[in-house]
Design a binder for this molecule. Sequence first.
Ligand code: ZN
Ligand code: ZN
Length: 334
Amino acid sequence: MRQAVLNQGRFSIETVPDPTPAPGGAVVRVSACGICGTDYGFFLNHLLPDGAVLGHEIAGEIVALREGGREWREGDRVAVVPLPWCGQCEVCNRGQHNLCQRALGHMVGCSTTPGGLAEFVAVPTSSLRRLPDRLPLRHGAVIEPVAVAMAAVRLGEIRPGTRVGVIGLGPLGLFAGLIARLEGALVLGMDERATRVHCAREFGLGAFEADGLATDRIRDLTLGGPEVVIEASGRPEAIELAGQMARLGGRVVLVASYHTATEIRPVHWLQRGVSLLPSIAYGPADYDAALALVASGRLDVASLVTSVQPLDEVQTVFERFPTQNDEIKLLIAP
Ligand SMILES: [Zn+2]
Ligand SMILES: [Zn+2]
């Protein structure tokens, strides 16, 4: 099979033997694999050893099974949950699966476990989720980032009527804003890029260009600031801004990846009683809720997928990633 291998910050397309299923495992032919900021972070910051195969937002079709039981058959349409939760550690037992260190350390496409930027991927059957027939197979690749957004919305305790600010209207901020609105929240977002603002407005969210006044506008429109601010820009300096935007006693949910240090003024957070809630990944319940949401059609996934590229374009897609402001969700179809 062909796969995109990352060496020294550069992808090459290599032909390797097709994977075979491990005991209790399956091989999935990858129909689509989404690319996100996490992947771009690996690419830009050389965070993985050479030879890594990225891609953790995977949908496809089962082509081989080994002792998989009666539940699965070849040809089944599936999404892959890339996190192998152990189910036995302290945090898994507490229901905080998103913090399972085994899962985070062995995540498909985010560790040395090969991911979906390949024609086939071998995974345990426990990580398979069935996709409804009416859902286009490629849309299954969007469930994973929706689960990330879903977990952030859950952590923020967003309810009907909650006023929510979103900083950064890339895919994750946009998904979180749309999910919060489906929960009945009032959502106002901001981004430095006009195209992102325009796009969020087209999806019906209130959105402003970050021009120095955006924070005040959002604070005015939410009568003193949002109860919850979702920081999805991934810019470390936006964390302090999020703390200033939140209303007294409010919450800031961090949902992006941050790779550099930043200055936070604890006195601001203390005096204003704003909590900082880090939201990494998601648990099984979030993933299943994301699948149900995508399958329900309440989230317009067809409009959220703006680009599908072949495997040969991976290097170009990553080089252009920071400037592709018109794109929402980018998929690779290997
Ligand atoms: Zn992702
Ligand atoms: Zn665990």
